[in-house]
Every structure is written in structure tokens, then in C-alpha cells.
Design a protein around this ligand. Structure first.
Ligand code: 0PR
Length: 365
């Protein structure tokens, strides 16, 4: 730190120079985050000094968190769902599995069973909680093989997870069968819908994955992905609000006496932003946004196949993966799956115009 500060202009000019080194969103084809909705950006400033970690000081902001959870619970077909706003899918997955572990103090060598598609946040979770992670292999179309999954479950399994909107291929596991497996073994069922939670309900043909499926205990769902909120905003939703109580620790000097969240100090700004987007767009707005992303996904698939690439699966959501073909033109940010497939995420910032410019570059070779 320098002894004396400098002018506002100097600071801003330095920061904008550095910010210009970041990749511009119109060349990012690999991200599950996007440019926040203008209403979320406006609200971010309004709520920038709020801290949900001390809700007694910010009862208004806390009310907004409750409204966000209520809106998302409704969307997940359970208006009475509980939960709280997390920092994203990683925290939601970790907290869900913590809850599952607390339910099973009897398990001597506890394990969880996850699909091969599971996000690496489950590796972190198992490392932190001292759990064995059993990975069920893929079956058809990069969805988990539920028969093999059932074979991995035993008396020490504390939770079984499904992914609704896989990170690499955008596929949706057979949540109904997975929830049944969990129920048969009397263990917790968590659905990681960090990405898919704000896509699947708005597809032309929605796929069952939420609390409407009997046996689903918890859902991760991130407004900072397809919810157009500012980062970091995830949500952990629970069928039984009371289940959160098992994570409580005493917080003697705060305005509330107990806390179940992982973070202490928690931003309210992104939470208010997420709620603002939901109120502003409504189901109609989300449906038309998702329809646009799906149309662009179909256009990308057709264009790539015309250039010699082959789709790995028929996209269910706005994620597309390809094999074969040539190289990706310079300047575009794409990613690769663990199996080496070229992977695209067609977020709202990947407009039709961006897709056409990318395809023109691919065709030029
Ligand atoms: N669950 C699923 C299904 C996910 O796809 C992700 C993240 C998580 C959990 C973890 O969420 P947080 O990162 O919010 O904790 N999926 C993206 C991925 O790993 C995250 C991401 C987003 C990565 C934008 C890069 C990027 O540019 O691809």
C-alpha cells in the first residue's frame, strides 16, 4: 500500500486498463455464467452494504432472501421448501452433503454415490467431510447408469446424488429412479441443478427433476448461472426447512443466536439482484430467454455438423459437445470435457450473431 492515495481518475483508469485484459463475453463460449441482467446490476449497488450474516441488522434484505427461496421453491414444485442463498453450487453441494452426514451418525465409513458427471465440488466435499466418493459410470447419452449406481449403495451410504443439467454435456439424470434408490436404502437424495434448475422448468418438454419427484431431499440451484444475477449467488433448497437446523452453531454476539450457513458474512446484493430478475422477467421472460438459448444451440449444432464436427449427444439443454472436425479458430474461448469433446455453453450472451460469427470463423478454417 502506498503512503498517499491517488486520484479517482487514476484508480479507475488503472482498473479499466486491467479489466480490458479480460476476455470479452462475446468470445466466451465456455462459461456457465453470463452478463448480469441490468436490473441485477442496478440492485447490486443499492444493496452493496448489506450483510445477510447478521440478519437482525438487515431485516429487509433477509425478507428478500426468504422471497427468493420461496420463488425458487415454487418453481421446484414445493412452495414450502426451505433453504438459503449460498455462494454457488459448490457451497450448496457441500452443505447438502453435510446435512446428509448429520442424519447418519451410525455410518462408520460413510460414502456418497455420485454420477460420473458430478461436478468437482463433490471431490472437495468428500475431502472436507472425510467421505468416500463412489462414482457411478455413465450409461446411455452421458447420463448415469442407474443400475450400476444402485450396486454401489450400501449400509454406509449417506447420500445419493443426481445431476440435472450436467456441467459437461447438459444432460439430466433419471432423478425418479435415483430418488427411488435413495429411498430404498433410507439415505438422503440430493439433486445438483446448479445449472439446470433455471433451464429445465422452461424447456418445451420439462424433465422431472425437482421436489415433484418423491424422495428428493435437496436441490442446488444457482441464480448466478442462468438466473442472470451477479456473482456469487447460489441457492440450497430443502424439502424440510428444519433440516438446516442440524448445521446450526451458536453465534452469541450477533443479532441472531444461531447460524447454519457456511459463510459468516454473506452478501445481500446478489441475492436482491437474483430476486429482482425473477420478479422482472417472470416465467414468461425466463421461457423466452431459454427458448432463445435453445434455438442458438440448435443453430450451433447444425453449423458445426456442416463443418465436419459430430454432436456427442442431442442437446437437452443449452450445452453442446462435439467430436471430430478440425481446430477451433483463434480468439474464441471454448472448453473440453474430460472425454476430450469440444464443449460449448450457449448462455444468453452467446447471441445468434455471436454464433454466426463463430461458425463463419470455423468454416474459414
Ligand atoms: N454443479 C454443477 C452442475 C456445475 O456446473 C457447477 C459449476 C457447480 C456445481 C459449482 O458451482 P460454483 O462454481 O458456482 O460453485 N459449473 C461451472 C463449471 O465448472 C462453473 C463455471 C462457470 C466455470 C463459469 C467456468 C466459468 O467460466 O464449468
Amino acid at each position: 500500500m502506498e503512503e498517499r492515495g491517488c486520484s479517482r481518475e487514476e484508480v479507475i483508469s488503472f482498473l479499466s486498463g486491467v479489466r480490458a485484459e479480460d476476455v470479452h463475453h462475446d468470445h466466451i463460449l465456455s462459461s456457465m455464467c453470463t452478463i448480469p441482467h441490468p436490473i441485477a446490476i442496478a440492485v447490486q449497488e443499492m444493496f452493496c452494504a448489506t450483510n445477510l450474516g447478521d440478519p437482525g441488522l438487515f431485516p429487509g434484505t433477509m425478507k428478500i432472501e426468504d422471497l427468493l427461496i420461496k420463488s425458487l421453491g415454487d418453481l421446484m414444485h414445493l412452495g414450502s421448501a426451505g433453504g438459503y442463498a449460498t455462494s454457488g453450487g459448490t457451497e450448496s453441494n457441500l452443505q447438502a452433503i453435510r446435512i446428509a452426514k448429520k442424519q447418519r451418525p451410525d455410518a462408520k465409513h460413510p460414502n456418497i454415490v455420485v454420477p460420473a458427471s458430478a461436478h468437482f465440488s463433490f471431490d472437495k466435499t468428500c475431502d472436507m467431510l472425510g467421505l468416500e466418493m463412489r462414482v457411478a459410470p455413465y450409461g446411455k447419452d452421458y447420463m448415469v447408469d442407474t443400475e450400476k449406481m444402485a450396486e454401489l449403495v450400501d449400509a454406509n451410504t449417506i447420500a445419493v446424488a443426481a445431476v440435472a443439467g450436467t456441467t459437461e454435456y447438459g444432460m439430466v439424470d433419471d432423478v425418479q429412479t435415483i430418488a427411488k434408490i435413495a429411498k430404498e436404502h433410507d439415505c438422503f437424495c440430493h439433486v445438483d441443478a446448479a445449472f439446470g434448475g433455471l433451464v429445465i422448468p422452461f424447456l418445451e418438454r420439462p424433465i422431472p427433476f425437482d421436489f415433484a419427484v418423491a424422495g428428493v431431499d435437496s436441490i442446488s440451484l444457482d441464480p448466478h448461472k442462468m438466473g442472470l444475477s451477479t456473482i456469487p449467488c447460489g441457492c440450497l433448497l430443502l424439502r424440510e426447512q428444519e433440516m438446516l437446523g442440524c448445521l446450526n452453531v451458536d453465534t452469541p454476539y450477533l443479532t441472531v443466536k444461531k447460524q447454519c450457513t457456511l459463510a459468516g458474512t454473506r452478501p445481500g446484493a446478489d441475492v436482491a439482484g437474483a430476486y429482482a430478475v425473477i420478479r422482472y422477467l417472470g416465467r414468461e421472460g425466463f421461457s423466452s430467454m431459454v427458448a432463445g438459448c435453445m434455438e442458438n444451440t440448435r443453430r450451433l449444432v447444425a453449423g458445426m455438423e456442416a463443418c465436419g464436427f459430430s454432436r456427442v449427444v442431442d442437446p437437452v439443454m443449452n450445452v453442446a459437445a462435439f467430436s471430430g472436425g478440425g481446430c477451433v479458430p483463434e480468439g474464441w474461448k471454448v472448453s473440453h470435457t474430460r472425454d476430450g469433446h469440444l464443449r460449448f455453453v450457449l448462455m444468453p450472451h452467446v447471441t445468434r450473431d455471436v454464433v454466426e460469427r463463430f461458425l463463419a470463423d470455423v468454416a474459414r478454417g
